[in-house]
Design a protein around this ligand. Structure first.
Ligand code: AHR
Length: 503
């Protein structure tokens, strides 16, 4: 018989970490695989609107309530001429796309993507090419997008039928420039210099923009975290955020170790915070650098298929990971980690949004469907807005191959003061036993349980498909509230969302 483990938690209104910046529920669309063509855009699809955008995909994006979407890459951006993607579509060139070895038709570009983000109620986080291009192309793009008119590039936009400036606020200074796979890969000094000079003139064009400098591509880079220290030494005063990227996989089929990977994520964020603060101290600066975790997810299922792909196709299936139930648990834990770092992680982009390592999948000319990871992402985005509170947790722990003292209970708490709602997000990492949770919420007088959502499966490898949704949350978890104590059974290997609100 399964034995029950006990975990204790105290939540108090005054244990505030920070107001959650809703942009931590951002995502990413790259010109890669079927993300754009066959994903958000498929003019021949029966559900496409007059602009060629699939309305079924738009509805799913709206369900996720995605506040910001990074575009157009990714590795793609480091070889991209943004001018190829504006103006009459018939005149746009088809280009060899070297990052992913495909052909880019340029049917969708800056203006179309901006329009799509408006249709789904989101904002654009725009990346500029600091690989093959540089300062000039970057400042021209800011002028094209954000300047009202009366100059060459802004009038060009107007001549393309876009009278009002897009006013794009958030700009990434290149992508993963530390990686040898990047077109135009740079040393840390080279990147620090070009990022500083690009930042300077982009802000001269539009002083209202916010800028994100590239951090390390992942913690395994040999230049990590020296890259951050050196590049920030150049750019500290000129930028607002440093980026972090991290993908995880369960290549050894060791789920206990896989679910513990947020220990690594937590360590990564701590390291970057400390590196930023070291440069802050060195520069005697008053400014605190914020973190933009602008690529994160599970990514490994599709690696082998991708290595066999025929090059130079338009929109072939690439990076089409089909996610399992256990992947959804890790995605939930990653969101929990960001919430616990809400004081510094101000943006985060689930990479990516449609078809490419994505929560939303499509069939060409067919159905759109939800992967397992759709659900924890949707729950966090919908219910995780407010103040992130620091729960005091006492949980039994385990050791895995790479980690020691991993708490079975992984949790974050968000208090929405305006709506008088409290949400507890919790993963039970124990693969065999339930966790009996006892949670003190006495500072929330007059609150009651609204619902306890649970996602669980007897099969850690269960996946969804267009035909069948095997993994989905259900309401009706066991949470009860009595005299200010929430008690709940968190089933083995489960994702839980316990929602309370004032009566
Ligand atoms: O998201 C897929 C790829 O992962 C991006 O293009 C790149 O930035 C990262 O290596």
């Amino acid at each position: 018989m399964a034995q029950s483990l006990k975990a204790k938690m105290i939540i108090d209104k005054s244990f505030r970490i920070a107001e959650v910046d809703k942009r931590i529920y951002g995502s990413f669309i790259e010109h890669l695989g079927r993300a754009v063509y066959g994903g958000i855009y498929e003019p021949s699809h029966p559900l496409a609107n007059e602009s060629g955008f699939r309305s079924d995909v738009k509805e799913l994006v709206k369900e996720l309530d995605v506040p910001i979407i990074r575009y157009p890459g990714g590795n793609f951006v480091s070889g991209y001429n943004w001018e190829d993607g504006v103006g009459p579509v018939a005149d746009r060139p088809k280009r060899l796309e070297l990052a992913w070895r495909t052909v880019e038709p340029n049917e969708i570009g800056t203006n179309e993507f901006f329009q799509w983000t408006r249709e789904v109620g989101s904002e654009v986080m725009m990346a500029v090419n600091l690989g093959t291009r540089g300062i000039d192309a970057a400042r021209n793009l800011v002028e094209y997008c954000n300047h009202p008119g009366g100059s060459y590039w802004s009038d060009l936009r107007r001549s393309h039928g876009v009278e009002q400036p897009h006013k794009i606020k958030t700009w990434c200074l290149g992508n993963e420039m530390d990686g040898p796979w990047q077109i135009g890969h740079k040393t840390m000094h080279e990147y620090g210099r070009i990022a500083l000079e690009a930042a300077k003139v982009m802000r001269w064009v539009d002083p209202d923009i916010e800028l994100v400098a590239c951090g390390s591509s992942n913690t395994g880079m040999t230049t990590f975290p020296e890259w951050e220290a050196v590049t920030l030494d150049h750019t500290y005063d000129a930028v607002d955020y440093i980026s972090l990227h991290q993908y995880y996989g369960n290549r050894d089929n060791d789920t206990e170790n896989f679910l513990a990977l947020t220990m690594d994520l937590d360590h990564f964020i701590h390291t970057i915070k400390s590196t930023c603060d070291y440069i802050k101290a060195k520069k005697r600066s008053k400014k605190t650098m914020m973190l933009s975790f602008d690529e994160w997810n599970v990514w490994f299922h599709s690696n082998e298929a991708d290595s066999k792909m025929e090059p130079w196709q338009i929109a072939p299936p690439q990076l089409e990971d089909i996610y399992t139930f256990e992947d959804a648990l890790l995605v939930g834990s990653m969101l929990i980690t960001f919430l616990r770092h809400a004081d510094r992680v101000r943006m985060a982009c689930l990479a990516q949004l449609v078809n490419v390592i994505a929560p939303i999948m499509t069939e060409n000319n067919g159905r759109a469907w939800k992967q397992t990871i759709f659900y924890p992402y949707m729950h966090a985005s919908r219910f995780g807005r407010g103040v992130s509170l620091m729960p005091v947790v006492n949980s039994p722990k385990y050791d895995s191959k790479d980690f020691t003292d991993v708490p079975y209970l992984d949790s974050a708490v968000v208090y929405n003061e305006e709506n008088e709602e409290l949400t507890i997000f919790a993963v039970n990492r124990n693969l065999n036993d339930a966790l009996e949770l006892n949670c003190d919420v006495r500072s929330f007088e007059g609150f009651e349980i609204v619902e306890h959502l649970v996602m669980e499966s007897d099969d850690l490898k269960a996946t969804n498909s267009a035909a069948e949704e095997k993994v989905a949350p259900r309401s009706g978890g066991s949470a009860k509230l009595d005299s200010g104590i929430v008690s709940a059974n968190l089933n083995k290997a489960s994702w839980n969302v316990i929602r309370l609100a004032k009566k």
